[in-house]
Design a protein. Sequence first.
Length: 244
Amino acid sequence: MEHAYDRVSAKEGYDLESGETLYPGLSLGENQLRWGFIRKVYGILSAQIVLTTIVSLITVFYSPINDLLKGNAGLLLFVAFLPLIFLFPLLKYQQKHPHNYILLGLFTVSISFTVGVTCANTDGKIVLEALILTSAVVSSLTGYAFWASKKGKDFSYLGPILFTCLIILLMTSMMQIFFPLGPVANAVYGGIGAMIFSGYLVYDTDNLIKRFTYDEYIGASVTLYLDILNLFLSILRMMRQGNN
């Protein structure tokens, strides 16, 4: 029986003793299913990032859209809260096809307009630098999360810590409406936000590897998408205020 199991492992291209499994103690069959789930999530995530890039480019380079959003505070506020309108039904119907993909597309497009307006009001060089830095951070932290998972490390303890930091960050953001921060404080605020969402990226990647169920591919992709997007916006804010 043991030799037959070894032959199956060799045939499938996996050696459980070589560290090819996602984390220690994972069976060969579960390992294959989990890898398939991860590939599906990253495929959806890639489509979201491409769609966000396209919508943002249109918003930046097509002046009528950008001018309309910048010149109408009420419309801009509505667009800013529009993703929340799509997010709740998206999470409710995330396992119902094709409603989940339609709602996911609407959610991604709605949040992309806000990203486009932010980029349009920032120097192009700073946007490019922030994009390159975000790509480097995401690649490094994702690779680290997978490596750490193979070594048996667990990041579930980060959940309460990161949630507390996020609440403080949101409260500080709301306070800025009444007590605006200066350029230096804004740069520090952006840097702290970047660290928090970097932590969330590691935490949520660890959840993707170990805890998300196979039916939660939409929820997993949205979670990682928001981590990456907020990381980019935090870095962009930090660099923009630092440049000022």
